[in-house]
Each structure stands twice: as structure tokens, then as C-alpha cells.
Ligand binder design. Sequence first.
Ligand SMILES: *Cc1c(COP(=O)(O)O)cnc(C)c1O
Length: 383
Amino acid sequence: MIPYGKQDINQADIDAVINVLKSDWLTQGPMVPHFEQAVAGHVGAEYAVAVNSATSALHLACLALGLGPGDWLWTSPNSFVASANCGLYCGAQVDFVDIDSQTYNMCVAALEMKLAAAERLGKLPKIVIPVHFAGQSCDMEAIHRLAQKYGFKVIEDASHAIGGRYQDVAIGQCQYSDITIFSFHPVKLITSGEGGMAVTNQAHLAEKMQLLRSHGITRDLQLMQNKIEGSWYYEQRELGFNYRMTDIQAALGHSQLGRLDEFVYRRQQLAEIYTQQLKELPLICPYQSSKTSSAFHLYVIQIDSPKHERKAVFEFLRQAEIGVNVHYIPIHWQPYYHAMGYRQGDFPKVEAYYRRAISIPMYPILTEFEQLKVINTLKEVLT
Ligand SMILES: *Cc1c(COP(=O)(O)O)cnc(C)c1O
């Protein structure tokens, strides 16, 4: 089976992990700040906070921005459930903004209309989380303009997008957002096994996330409230969590980061070949805005033919040992969100997109031969 995504681990990655295993540290130790500094440097952000998953990073980002009961968080329904669940973890309510049918990202016009309506009702969101779907940035300048006007905070969910660019600036520089988060799950652009990171230019947000990732405990003598009893002394200042990244993960992530540019280059090459080779078929290839350079975490096609059902095409590809997938079942269709009152029909554009979408294999070690098989199988089923 050719999978839809796959990690690429080389000898240097393996050696980096083995070196940690032979060292004094296994859990969060010197490799974690090493990896954090490398990511911050790579994307051009001031601060980086490594955690055990992007889900944890989203949770901490929401807490650092003060999200709590009575607040609203808005995100895209075309995402993994974690983009929305982080709001619920904080006791806030979650709502969605429909997508743009061309980019499959949060639609800025829909956001603007929803904000105007929410203002009248006194229900403006505290946080909006745009998701850079498949690796292509949302229109962050426009979202930032609305954030200024309506006073909400912005977390970029860049789980798909480390290595991508917007207006020729690396995603993660946070010029139009408060915090950007990355995922290092094996299927994403680079991996640490499991892992995530939040980057920001605001020191107080970084400090808050650092505190919360490890139980809300500090050993910083400057911050102590009570008398320092001795050099063993620490204080819990907040209700935090154990969201720490291990040094094993950080070493793998750091080694992989050195290969990110090469990975993204290869993904962009594969995307170009797909777009070229599939253009005669009744399907829609990913639209690319001139303001963006996608990291191409995913390559999604939409079946655009009355004669071909998405399901039949999907099953045909699976029969041919091509491990296609679908990204995403709209979040508001999940039973958990249905129970909160969301219904089919609430966000028609994401629903129309979902009914026709298939993610085809896209990863750096996909061979020319394997890609040709994917292309030829699509030609076979669609003509
Ligand atoms: C993968 C993913 C996440 C969660 O990442 P984990 O590191 O697995 O927690 C969040 N948002 C999006 C858009 C993702 O694709």
C-alpha cells in the first residue's frame, strides 16, 4: 500500500536519538531548548515552547490568551478536531466560520459577516484560530485587520504548515497573530514521534505557556511568593499540566528540522507534477494563492464529475493499494458537536468540499514510480 503520508527517518535522525539515550537526560533536558531555539530561528519568532503535541500547544495557547468560561473561540470546520477542542478544554464555547471554496481555508468574507452579526448580539469571539489547511497560509493580513477592529486574539494552527510562507515570510513569524502552533506528529512536515510547539513574539505568553506545560510549577527565585525554604524549594503558581516534550523527541525533531527545506522542496515538486499530470481529468487540483508558498502537507483533489462518486473513486484507489484518505470530516458533523447543536447544512461550503475531497499520496520519499501509479490509477478510474 502506498500511504497518503509517511515520515522519512535517516541515519542522522537515528543517531541523534541514540545520543540522547546514552546521555543523562531522557525527559525535558538540554535538547528541548536546543530544538526550541532552532525552530524559533528557522521561522523568525522570538520565543518557542515545545510540548508533547500540537493539541497541548493549542490548549496552552488558549489558556495563555485568557480563554475561559463565557468566552467564544472560532475556528475552521475543515480541520482536525483538536483545532476546536482546545476551546472546550478551557470551558469556552466553540463556533465555526465556513471555508473559502477555492483555498479550503477560513473564508475572510464569512468571518467578517459573522463578526458583524456577533457584535450586534454581544457574542464576539475572544480567539479565532485560522488553520493553514494542507500547508497553505490563510489570508493573515486580512484576519489581522479584523482582529484589530473587533478585538480578538489570533492563534495560527500551522500543524500543516511549518516550512510554508505567506507574503514571502516564514509561517511562524507571527507578524499577524499572537501565537502560531506546529505539530510534529509523524504524518506532518517534520516529526518528533509525537510533539508540538507554540511560537510567539510576546514574552508574557511564552512564560505562561512554559509554566503551564509543567504543572504550573516554577523554580525561578524571582517569582516566589513565600519564603525560600532552601535550594530544593519550588512553588506551584497555576494549575498546569504535564505537557513536557522529552529530550528523545526534541533530538529527533531538531535533526528533522535540518531537513525541512529539502522536504518541502520535494513536496512542492510532487505537487507540480500532480497538477500538471491531472489537469485533463474531471477533478480540481489545489488552488495556490500568489501570496503563499504551501508546505504541501496534503495534496487534496476534488472529484468534479457527475459520472463519478467520491466514494467509488476512493474505493477504486484503495483497491489499487493506494492509501488515499479524506481531510476532513467537517468538525461540526462529529457527534460530540452535534450534541452541542450543530447540524448538517450549517456550513455549506465545507460540506460541499468534503463530499468531493480525496487526499492522494504526498510525502518526500514518494518515488517517481509510485507517483506515476497514483496518476495512472486516477486516469483509469476517471476516464
Ligand atoms: C495534526 C493536527 C493537530 C494536532 O496535532 P497533534 O500533534 O497530533 O496533537 C491539530 N490541528 C491540525 C490542523 C492538525 O492537522
